[in-house]
Design a binder for this molecule. Structure first.
Ligand code: ADP
Length: 323
């Protein structure tokens, strides 16, 4: 692959707070290194239909503090066809785009791999509140989502405590329990249901609530990860077996919004700069990853083969705290 003079940046898949900070970092690093940066709208759709704008250092003023993504995000089924990818590659050739930085999750990285296979250099940046990307310990948006859910559950706790109720809270995470586990620990949950671990409802929830009442606990919080299913069944069981009033709250999309935390802004900035430097160093088909607090890059095909589990010792600690 030749010299990099012009790059494009896009956000794709589910949005996450901090995506704007990553876009800003890509744009500002490009300005620093003296290359042109183009903003591609609506994920891979923008590459197919040419919905692309030139970005300079000033076009990202103020976005570091804003949630969502200024480039919009969308799913693009057409890109997954041979015809779609040919159109996207055609746009890159026409506009002289030598490299693409794709911000998103595993689906987004599959798209980046396909572009790399067609001769366009690509680097992926992990951004998802689910933190379910196996190759990296951290994804942009996770910290903010934890804080948002924590704030909402703290508010629920006030009212649950006053009425001596049980709150069953559904949190996002797709098929992963990272968000649920972190939020559950941060909010002092009685039990945390995650898809990665089998939980004995009788022993781990009902018995804990009974014991809690004996220990003069006035209220209870049960966290249910999206990947486990609905909290309604859990609430019904708690009501039926303990007599406690259990209320279900689904936090929903508020978890995906809001001004990014300092942690997300700093990682997003570092990752954006790292991705631009990587392209300039001739790298392609790589994903930026955090391993032991350091940034590295991993081959996309290898990254997509990896599996991720929740942190076992964190899960054990969460159980110990629920007395
Ligand atoms: P995420 O990036 O958050 O995992 P998706 O799985 O929805 O989100 O993927 C986002 C977009 O990436 C898709 O709409 C599509 O354009 C592209 N994409 C996903 N999977 C593939 C694939 N197997 N091959 C090529 N492109 C893909």
């Amino acid at each position: 692959m030749g010299k990099i003079n012009r790059i494009g940046v896009l956000t794709s898949g589910g949005d996450a707070p901090g995506m704007n900070a990553a876009i800003r970092a890509v744009v500002r690093a490009s300005a620093y290194y003296g290359i042109t940066c183009l903003g591609i709208h609506r994920g891979y759709n923008g590459l197919i239909n040419g919905d692309i704008v030139t970005m300079d250092a000033r076009s990202v003023n103020g976005v570091i503090a804003r949630g969502g993504t200024m480039l919009y995000t969308a799913r693009c089924p057409e890109f997954m066809t041979e015809e779609g990818i040919k159109k996207a590659v055609g746009t890159c050739k026409y506009l002289g785009i030598d490299g693409i930085i794709a911000i998103g999750g595993d689906g987004t990285f599959r798209g980046a791999r396909d572009l790399a296979n067609h001769g366009i250099s690509t680097i992926g940046i992990p951004a998802t509140i689910d933190n379910d990307i196996a190759s990296t310990q951290y994804s942009i948006g996770f910290d903010t989502a934890c804080n948002t859910a924590q704030d909402a559950i703290d508010k629920l706790r006030d009212t649950m405590q006053s009425h001596e109720r049980c709150s069953v809270v559904e949190v996002m995470g797709r098929n992963a329990g990272h968000l649920a586990l972190h939020v559950g620990i941060a909010c002092g949950a009685t039990a945390i249901l995650v898809p990665e671990k089998e939980l004995d409802v009788e022993k781990d929830i009902i018995e804990k609530i009974r014991q809690g009442r004996i220990n003069k606990r006035s209220h209870f919080i049960i966290i249910v990860a999206e990947g486990v299913g609905s909290g309604v069944e859990v609430a019904e069981k708690i009501k039926a077996e303990t007599g406690i009033d259990a209320r279900v709250t689904t936090l929903g999309h508020i978890q995906r919004g809001g001004s990014p935390s300092a942690t997300d802004r700093v990682w997003a900035t570092r990752m954006g700069e790292f991705a631009v430097s990587g392209l300039l160093a001739g790298k392609s088909n790589r994903v930026v990853c955090v391993v032991n607090n350091e940034l590295i890059d991993v081959d996309i095909n290898e990254a997509l083969q990896m599996n991720k589990d929740i942190q076992g010792e964190l899960y054990q600690t969460s159980k110990m705290m629920a007395v």
